[in-house]
Design a protein around this ligand. Structure first.
Ligand SMILES: Nc1ncnc2c1ncn2[C@@H]1O[C@H](COP(=O)(O)OP(=O)(O)OP(=O)(O)O)[C@@H](O)[C@H]1O
Ligand SMILES: [Mg+2]
Length: 285
């Protein structure tokens, strides 16, 4: 990891706080011998359990730099987990398997094809043993929050990609995991809905006081949403730098026009371009 990031990894004010997620020299290699592919090399960071707040960490970097590998390692999902080397701890303890403390909105949103929108959203509550009437009421609230009124009884095959993505987001958020892992959750959304979902995420994150790790290809989205941005690079996949971002209070449209925001995103793009010329990371989304 770049030494310039060390100070922001464990700010003085956080060092007394419990550790929520920590990676210590985590490496993941897929395959062996001449087929070996280093998906993530020597990644170390700490995210603390900020009281009554949580932290929103965004992860940005070119395609193939290990962003999904990092998220899926936190979620303890195979084949990304366990790592080849290094140690991952959640709440200060080594992890062995997925748990309800972590919820993943996957890059390939995985809905159950035989269930309607409302039943997909309520599915996790059913597994938790929540009564049918309460499940239905809570799922209906979430249908509204993600703007899917009128589609409650449709099946995933009848929905657009962006609508499926919103069902997937609602199905995860309804479970209120302490650690929310989002892998390009807004990738398939049109720009108007994307802005609405970004605002909704910030609002929900404030309400739930959880910690969010959000992967995005958009530098602007990373800077707008993140308290900290994890900047990743490729060949091998690694954590290049961790940047602290001032939390904007304005809407995405207003923030995008602020000089600090323009400088910040341009510096980030320059840093990525220097490290990975021709990077797939985009400025605008
Ligand atoms: N199950 C797997 N088996 C073998 N190699 C894998 C596997 N999953 C990921 N990889 C490799 O590990 C590297 C990192 O993959 P990862 O999916 O984490 O990248 P990413 O940053 O999420 O990319 P993208 O932005 O395209 O989603 C890639 O080279 C990928 O081909
Ligand atoms: Mg990915």
């Amino acid at each position: 990891m770049a030494t310039s990031s060390q100070s922001s990894i464990a700010p003085t004010s956080s060092t007394e706080l419990p550790e929520l997620v920590s990676f210590q020299n985590v490496t993941k290699i897929f395959g062996q011998g001449s087929d070996a592919k280093v998906a993530m090399q020597d990644v170390s960071f700490v995210v603390h359990d900020l009281p009554n707040k949580g932290e929103l960490v965004t992860i940005v970097g070119p395609s193939g730099c290990g962003k999904s590998t990092l998220l899926r390692t936190i979620a303890s999902l195979k084949p990304h987990f366990p790592p080849t080397k290094g140690e991952v701890k959640i709440f200060g303890k080594p992890i062995e398997c997925p748990g309800s403390d972590r919820g993943l909105v996957d890059q390939k949103y995985s809905l159950l094809p035989h269930l309607t929108v409302v039943d997909n959203i309520a599915f996790g509550l059913k597994l938790k043993g929540i009564a049918r009437s309460e499940r239905a009421a809570r799922a209906c609230e979430w249908v509204k929050k993600v703007g899917l009124e009128g589609s409650e009884n449709k099946y995933p095959s009848e929905l657009s990609g962006g609508m499926q993505q919103r069902v997937s987001i609602a199905a995860t958020l309804i479970l209120q995991p302490k650690i929310l892992l989002m892998d390009e959750p807004f990738g398939a959304l049109d720009p108007r809905i994307r802005l609405r979902m970004q605002e909704l995420l910030i609002q929900l994150w404030k309400e739930q006081e959880g910690t969010v790790f959000l992967v995005t290809h958009s530098v602007e989205e990373a800077v707008y949403l993140g308290d900290r941005v994890f900047l990743m690079a490729d060949k091998p996949g690694r954590l290049l730098e961790i940047l602290q971002v001032p939390r904007p209070e304005e809407s995405p449209e207003q923030t995008r026009r602020k000089p600090w925001f323009i400088d910040f995103t341009q510096n980030l793009l320059r840093r990525l371009e220097e490290d990975t010329p021709g990077s797939t990371v985009t400025k605008l989304k």
